[in-house]
Design a protein around this ligand. Structure first.
Ligand code: MG
Length: 163
C-alpha cells in the first residue's frame, strides 16, 4: 500500500471556464492556465504520481508545451492512469479538499464525485470531495484563486517486472 499527496493552485480570472473533476461549474471566473486549469484533477494526478514515486505533473506535461494547450484535464488523467496501470498501481481511495470562496460547491459535489468515478472506474464510495471557503481571507478568500488538495491510497498489484 502507498499513500500519495498532491495539491494545485490557479489564479481565477474572468472569461475562463471553471472546471472541477471534469465538470463545468457555473462561475463568473475560471482558472487561468495553459490547460483547462482543473485543480482537482491536477492535484489528483500529483497524488497518484507521488504514491508511485513517478515524479510530478509538471515533469510529465511540460508547462507551455503546445501539445497541452487548453488540454482537457480528463485526458491528462487518462494518460496518468495508463502509466499507473503499466507500473502496477491501482487506486483504492481518494480524499480531497477544494478551497474556493464562491460559488458554493455543495450542489456540484455529487456530480463531481460521479464524474471522477467514471474517469477512475471506481465506486463513488471511495471518492471523497470536500469544499471549504477561506472566510474572506487570503487570495482564495478574495476570490482571486482556487486550490485543491488530494490524498490517495494506492496498491501495487503487479510484480516489478511490469515496470
Ligand atoms: Mg494546475
Amino acid at each position: 500500500m502507498r499513500i500519495g499527496f498532491g495539491s494545485d493552485t490557479h489564479r481565477l480570472v474572468p472569461g475562463r471556464l471553471l472546471k472541477l473533476g471534469g465538470i463545468v461549474i457555473d462561475s463568473q471566473t475560471g482558472a487561468e492556465a495553459h490547460s483547462d486549469g482543473d485543480v482537482l484533477i491536477h492535484a489528483l494526478i500529483d497524488a497518484m504520481l507521488g504514491a508511485a514515486v513517478l515524479g510530478d505533473i509538471g515533469e510529465l506535461f511540460t508547462p507551455g508545451d503546445p501539445e497541452w494547450k487548453d488540454a482537457d484535464s480528463r485526458d491528462l488523467l487518462a494518460i496518468v492512469m495508463e502509466k499507473m496501470c503499466i507500473a502496477g498501481f491501482s487506486l483504492i481511495h481518494m480524499d480531497s479538499v477544494i478551497h474556493l470562496e464562491k460559488p458554493s460547491l455543495k450542489p456540484y459535489k455529487n456530480t463531481i464525485q460521479k464524474s471522477l468515478a467514471g474517469l477512475l472506474m471506481m465506486d463513488i464510495d471511495h471518492i471523497s470531495i470536500k469544499a471549504k471557503t477561506a472566510e474572506g481571507l487570503g487570495s482564495v478568500g478574495m476570490g482571486e484563486s482556487i486550490s485543491a488538495e488530494v490524498i490517495v491510497l494506492m496498491e501495487k498489484t503487479e510484480p516489478d517486472a511490469w515496470v
